[in-house]
Design a protein around this ligand. Structure first.
Ligand code: AMP
Length: 249
């Protein structure tokens, strides 16, 4: 069974993002970029399935600018066997990515696609669901445990107030939640090995997909600045302020 793992290049989660002065988006010039953390979990899960002998090949795929190659090399250093880049400088929205991933899934004849539940830059939480709809495959989103049993995947999902376990027939789409696993550290020998692994490049045109954006961003703004706090001398002063100024007690 072949598994496809889509990985997105995003602003590193440690970076404090800055909004561009013209409010058209977030400034990514000279900013550290990394693999979306939920996608690292997806690569780790696919690699573990391969190590268990459940899957035969793990293919990482990224859609975006040429630098996404670095993200794909990281995926291969974690354990993906090879990678594909759908290269474009056009801003990609979830529907366009889902269409590209559908084309790659069909081309690769993958039986399972494991995506992150959401990208930490756009917070869309849409691509996996759209891909399932486009392919007509069942989906198991927000997975915290994945077991492959014959031609089904048993997936435990994090839902409000508990865990839900469902069974989906393969081929299927799974999206990862934070607690699915803890990705391994990437070792230097594996980084070196990843450099030699196969990385194919396509364009959206090669795949016959129109990636023109459908949604227009009107404005991106910073959250309102918080007012500075003050230090109170003692508990009595705190109680007095809570009672008479904030009027919360
Ligand atoms: P989103 O729907 O944008 O929150 O993204 C959900 C998941 O879709 C991500 O965690 C990735 O697995 C995948 N994805 C989104 N955008 C891309 C992209 N440009 N290239 C590859 N995978 C992507």
């Amino acid at each position: 069974m072949k598994v496809l793992v889509p990985v997105k290049r995003v602003v590193d989660y440690n970076v404090k993002v800055r909004v561009k002065s013209d409010q058209t988006g977030v400034d990514i010039a000279n900013v550290k970029m990394s693999m979306n953390p939920f996608d690292e979990i997806a690569v780790e899960e696919a690699t573990r399935l391969k190590e268990k002998g459940v899957v035969t090949e793990v293919v990482a795929v990224s859609c975006g600018v040429a630098q996404c190659q670095e993200t794909l090399r990281t995926a291969m250093a974690i354990g993906a066997d090879r990678a594909a880049l759908v290269q474009t400088d056009t801003e990609l929205q979830p529907l366009a990515v889902a269409k590209l991933l559908k084309a790659v899934t069909e081309k690769e004849q993958a039986q399972l696609v494991i995506l992150g539940k959401q990208a930490i830059d756009d917070d869309a939480n849409q691509t996996g669901q759209m891909l399932a709809a486009l392919l007509g495959w069942p989906q198991a989103t927000f997975a915290s445990k994945v077991e492959i049993e014959g031609d089904h995947a048993k997936v435990t999902r994090e839902v409000d107030g508990g865990l839900e376990t469902i069974s989906v027939k393969l081929p299927a789409i799974i999206t990862t939640d934070l607690r699915l696993n803890e990705p391994r550290y990437v070792t230097l020998p594996n980084i070196m090995k990843a450099k030699k692994k196969q990385l194919d490049t396509f364009t959206p045109e090669d795949l016959g997909v129109d990636v023109t954006p459908r949604i227009k961003t009107l404005k991106v703004a910073e959250p309102p600045a918080r007012k500075a706090g003050i230090t109170v001398p003692d508990v009595a002063a705190l109680v007095d302020k809570l009672k008479n100024e904030a009027k919360v007690i």
